[in-house]
Design a protein around this ligand. Structure first.
Ligand code: ATP
Length: 273
């Protein structure tokens, strides 16, 4: 379980990016974080693993307040948090298997990591994870030979290889087409349920969030302005999160996108006949 208590961040520029954010993500819950550009979504995710130092408040994972740790202990505790990134952050010239195994780096002694000698148990786990994300037959391919969706599957397997207690996911589908985005979101949700993992997903795509998240938190100017089930994310709530003008523009964009998708599907069907 993750509990944030009164989390705030003011950058050196004086920008109050997060103000008094309090929330709990229980085991097995997948929570989507939505909000306009600059609302503080990335700051929130980064304060949890302390890539950004919180100005005040608590970040409690299990029974440890991560916000209070010194450097050495923080390094150890960060193993408990798996990250999945928009741009995958793979080592392109390494194989899929080596990328997944790199999720174990926090656990193997330094000399082993230099030689990339991993224990047999880690290798077995990595194969199991590759099987789970549907990439068993690509274990020996170089990462740069994969499609975007396949790369994100490697990113997911690498995060899981770490055996995390919390997953932080930063716009996992921003570089993917709509169909692949849905497949990746489905995979993340299934894995979260299977493992009872709490997950926070920074997600720009509101319909995708509504389809896959169990809970949605809306941020505006660093504060929580919505916290509820996707079904409760009404037009009024979305207007409060994004502001009337931006929400109308987004809605317009979404319906154009859906029309373009339907049109492409019709053309493909016609071609197949
Ligand atoms: N390193 C920084 N120094 C100063 N201000 C920052 C820094 N990083 C972010 N900010 C500011 O903090 C606020 C929140 O930014 P943040 O990146 O967390 O928002 P976001 O919701 O993730 O936006 P986006 O969806 O565009 O990624 C913004 O006003 C931004 O300009």
């Amino acid at each position: 379980m993750l509990h944030l208590d009164g989390l705030s961040k003011t950058y050196a520029t004086g920008e109050a990016a997060l103000s008094d954010v309090t929330l709990t993500v229980p085991q097995g819950q997948i929570m989507g974080l939505i909000g306009p550009s600059g609302a503080g979504k990335s700051t929130l995710i980064r304060c949890i693993n302390r890539l950004v130092e919180p100005s005040s408040g608590k970040v409690i994972l299990g029974d440890v307040d991560l916000a209070r740790l010194g450097k050495a202990e923080l390094r150890r505790q960060r193993r408990r948090i798996g990250m999945i990134f928009q741009e995958y952050a793979l080592v392109e010239r390494l194989t899929v298997m080596e990328n997944v195994l790199s999720g174990r780096l926090g656990y193997v002694p330094f000399w082993r990591s230099l030689l990339r000698k991993y224990p047999a148990r880690d290798i077995q786990t990595a194969y199991r994870l590759l099987d789970r994300v549907g990439l068993m037959n690509r274990a020996d391919s170089r990462a740069d030979a994969l499609s975007g969706g396949q790369r994100q599957r490697v990113g997911i397997a690498r995060a899981l290889a770490q055996e995390p207690e919390l997953l932080l996911v930063d716009e996992p589908t921003a570089s993917l087409d709509p169909k692949t985005s849905r497949q990746i979101m489905r995979l993340i949700t299934e894995i979260c349920a299977e493992r009872g993992l709490p997950v926070i997903v920074n997600i720009h795509d509101v319909p995708l969030a509504q389809q896959f998240m169990q809970r949605i938190v809306g941020l505006r100017a660093g504060r929580i302005v919505f916290d509820g089930a996707p079904a409760d994310l009404t037009e009024a709530a979305l207007t409060e999160i994004y502001g009337a003008e931006d929400w109308n523009a987004m809605r317009q964009g979404d319906s154009e996108q859906a029309e373009a998708e339907a049109d492409a599907a019709r053309r493909l069907e016609a071609l197949a006949k």
